[in-house]
Design a protein around this ligand. Structure first.
Ligand SMILES: C[S@@+](CC[C@H](N)C(=O)[O-])C[C@H]1O[C@@H](n2cnc3c(N)ncnc32)[C@H](O)[C@@H]1O
Length: 268
């Protein structure tokens, strides 16, 4: 058998592992896009269908679009459904007064979670609630798409969770961060960060568009267990990175985000 050494980072037209949409959100054990791109570039033919049953962030799907390949993604984590929507939204700018509308929005939504006060100081809840109530009750689909990652990042930043770690962990460093924020104009910082993160999302989505994603057929099943699912349509290529942690570790690492997205304690 002939073996060939390759450096994935140099094998495709995707300029870098952090290019565009691919680095918009930190998901544990995410593929660099050059890995699925290598398989697609070398083995896929027009009309083939690609499958990733442990899709996580959905890297295989976003890459399949660049090669005009249909695909199917599954994951136990319901976050996939929300994240996957990102590749379908156009990076057109949002209404300039959006952040002001969020600032003035009523606070109605709070996660249905007993440990909420363990993860967020009381002082941060009003601004988080305004932003997430706007997301759940007022935002149209395009606005929701562009707000998703900024809100996920802000939620973690304005919490006791350590942002440097994938797993949900209340570290000494995170506690110090909260103490620092509480001494500052945290509302100004929150809404300033929201503006910047929206701009960053727009820029990352525009970068992804420069790679020429195509309209393809996609099936996304989020919140499903591979052991209980069946493929309804045949697939030609399987590209996946199976879980190296126990399934509950992946869910635990995104628990804070899932609660604010409206999932209940029972479901999670
Ligand atoms: C290594 S990650 C995949 C990361 C992905 N390649 C990416 O680029 O983001 C493995 C994924 O398997 C999922 N998973 C674990 N157990 C599962 C199960 N029983 N059914 C479906 N998905 C599962 C986890 O939620 C996690 O997202």
């Amino acid at each position: 058998m002939k073996t060939q050494e390759i450096l994935f980072r140099k094998t495709s037209a995707i300029p870098s592992p952090n290019f565009g949409l691919f680095s918009l959100y930190k998901y544990p054990a995410k593929f660099i896009p050059q890995v699925p791109a290598f398989v697609m570039e070398n083995y896929a033919k027009k009309g083939m269908r690609v499958f990733d049953p442990f899709a996580g962030f959905g890297t295989v799907g976003y890459t399949a679009r660049l090669y005009g390949l249909d695909y199917e993604l599954w994951d136990l984590n319901p976050l996939l459904k929300h994240l996957h929507f990102l590749c379908e939204i156009e990076p057109k700018p949002l209404d300039k007064s959006l952040v002001d509308k969020i600032k003035a929005h009523p606070q109605e939504f709070l996660p249905n979670w007993r440990s909420l006060s363990y993860w967020h100081p009381e002082a941060f809840l009003p601004m988080l609630s305004k932003a997430w109530t706007f997301y759940h009750q007022t935002a149209d689909e395009h606005t929701k798409g562009l707000l998703l990652v900024p809100l996920l990042k802000l939620t973690k930043h304005f919490s006791y969770a350590d942002e440097k770690l994938h797993k949900l962990y209340r570290s000494k460093h995170a506690k110090e961060k909260v103490e620092r924020l509480l001494k500052e104009d945290y509302q100004g910082l929150f809404f300033g960060m929201l503006e910047r993160e929206i701009q960053k999302t727009l820029q990352k989505l525009s970068e992804y568009q420069t790679l020429g994603p195509q309209k393809v057929k996609s099936t996304v099943k989020a919140g499903v267990d591979v052991l209980e699912e069946d493929l309804k349509e045949p697939v030609n290529i399987l590209i996946t990175s199976p879980p190296y942690l126990q399934a509950q570790e992946y869910i635990r690492s995104t628990k804070l985000e899932l609660f604010w997205l409206g999932y209940t304690e029972n479901y999670i």
